[in-house]
Design a protein around this ligand. Structure first.
Ligand code: ADP
Ligand code: ASP
Ligand code: MG
Length: 425
């Protein structure tokens, strides 16, 4: 007998029919002789809709109130799933984040889990119930509701799996595992049997939406094995675990991220302390910089560019407006139509020539590079957002990641693909 945590994402619980199917799935896990705890996301696009409602009444909603509102999406799905289980003859108890003992710090909208008080979940299991936990939320030291950032139910699932010492954390979604790249963007993507925490973490933090990066971070820290698999089929998915005997590819996968923007400050005087002034002002406004590019100066002045989440734009503007006169320039441009394409692989460390091949491939395909950054296990390039799909596909082919088969469910329209790649997914 195993103790399993099974997390179902928004698509998997998008309708009453799908919720009934999730209930069936949980029952079959139990019938196979296991104990199971469910974790759910809000139904379909509920979180986006709640966000829209908040913005309709307040364009700058206070984060405490926003968290309270957003947490209700998961309250609906957890209760409906418990009801569906009961209707199929299986006792179930739903738990909000507070009731499930998910304690977080007080950083509203992107809180970190600091403790899991497991008593109520274990008690419910012992009494024969299937516990159903609301993902994405917790409670801070003041007793206020917090949320864990978009995609945060993945993190709830991993934290609960750790908190109750489950054998495995199964994350069910609308894809049957982790692919070498988003299979809806590159239909020749190949499903991975297993991937190391480090590679998965790098892919997730470079924009691959399949797992929230916090969840992978948590799993790596505490050794929780994740099985990413399909809510709609029984196919074996992808195991995310400590790197062991798994095959060491040079490039494990390619991620894309269209949620960032590029700001270029023009004609910055080439003088000591100027960069410190600019970036301190941005840091004071909590702007999360990613890449920074400074050109060489020609006539005593230079351009400085940086990328950051597009959602930080209002705060970046406040910071720049304050600092511009101090540094003696008054012009900056904002480009929101950019994409970051990242090649990831722990095997990259010992393989020269990755950058050359990447630049050559993009060049041959007429795709202009706007910025570059590297780490020992990642190479990222910024390009125009409209080139995202083509760039991912040509690089996927160039690095010999293509599968012989074509991902069957890729038949999304161009609009649907664009919507999937939309800012701040
Ligand atoms: P859920 O709502 O269940 O949490 P998500 O939408 O967050 O599911 O994650 C699943 C989606 O992740 C897939 O539909 C797929 O388009 C996207 N995705 C991005 N990168 C990858 C990848 N490397 N492998 C698999 N899916 C990916
Ligand atoms: N419902 C939240 C979101 O849409 C959390 C999640 O789905 O994981 O981001
Ligand atoms: Mg998700």
């Amino acid at each position: 007998m195993s103790l399993i945590v099974a997390k179902f994402g928004g698509t998997s619980v998008a309708s009453p029919e799908r919720i009934k199917n999730v209930a069936k799935r949980l029952i079959s896990i139990k019938q196979a002789g296991n104990e199971v705890v469910a974790v759910v996301s809000a139904m379909g696009k509920t979180t986006d809709e709640l966000m829209g409602l908040a913005n309709a009444v307040n364009t700058n909603p206070p984060s405490r109130e926003l968290d309270r509102l957003l947490s209700t999406g998961e309250h609906v799905s957890m209760t409906l799933l418990a009801l569906a289980l009961e209707a199929q003859g299986y006792p179930a108890k739903s738990f909000s984040g507070r009731q499930a003992g998910i304690e977080t710090n007080g950083t509203h909208n992107k809180a970190k889990i600091v403790k899991v008080h497991n008593e109520r979940i274990l008690e419910a299991l012992e009494e024969g119930y299937i516990p159903v936990v609301a993902g994405f939320q917790g409670i801070d030291a003041n007793g206020d509701i917090t949320t864990l950032g978009r995609g945060g139910s993945d993190t709830t699932a991993v934290a609960v799996a750790w908190g109750i010492n489950a054998e495995i954390c199964e994350i069910y979604s609308d894809v049957d595992g982790v692919y070498t790249t988003d299979p809806r963007v590159a239909p020749r993507a190949r499903k991975l049997e297993a991937i190391s925490y480090d590679d998965m973490l790098e892919l997730s933090s470079s924009g691959s939406g399949v797992l929230q990066s916090r969840a992978v971070e948590f799993a790596k820290k505490w050794g929780v094995v994740i099985h990413s698999r399909s809510a709609f089929s029984d196919a074996q998915g992808t195991l995310i675990k400590e790197e062991g005997q798994m095959e060491q590819a040079v490039i494990t996968g390619i991620a894309h991220d269209t949620s960032e923007m590029k700001v270029t400050i023009r004609h910055v005087p080439d003088a000591v302390g100027v960069a410190a002034l600019v970036f301190s002002a941005l840091a004071d406004k909590a702007v999360n910089m990613d890449m920074i590019i400074q050109n060489t100066s020609l006539d005593g002045a230079t351009d400085i560019s940086f990328t950051c989440p597009a959602s930080d734009l209002p705060r970046a503007r406040e910071a720049l407006d304050e600092v511009m006169s101090k540094i003696g320039t008054d012009k900056y441009d904002v480009d929101e139509d950019i994409a970051k394409i990242s090649l990831v692989g722990t095997g990259m460390k010992s393989s020269p020539g990755i950058s050359a091949k990447t630049f050559k491939t993009l060049g041959e395909n007429n795709i202009n590079i706007l910025a570059i950054s590297t780490s020992p296990i990642r190479l990222s390039v910024v390009i125009e957002a409209s080139e995202t799909q083509r760039a991912v596909q040509v690089l996927h082919t160039a690095f010999e990641l293509d599968s012989d088969s074509v991902f069957e469910e890729t038949q999304l329209s161009a609009e649907e693909i664009a919507a999937k790649m939309k800012k701040g997914r």
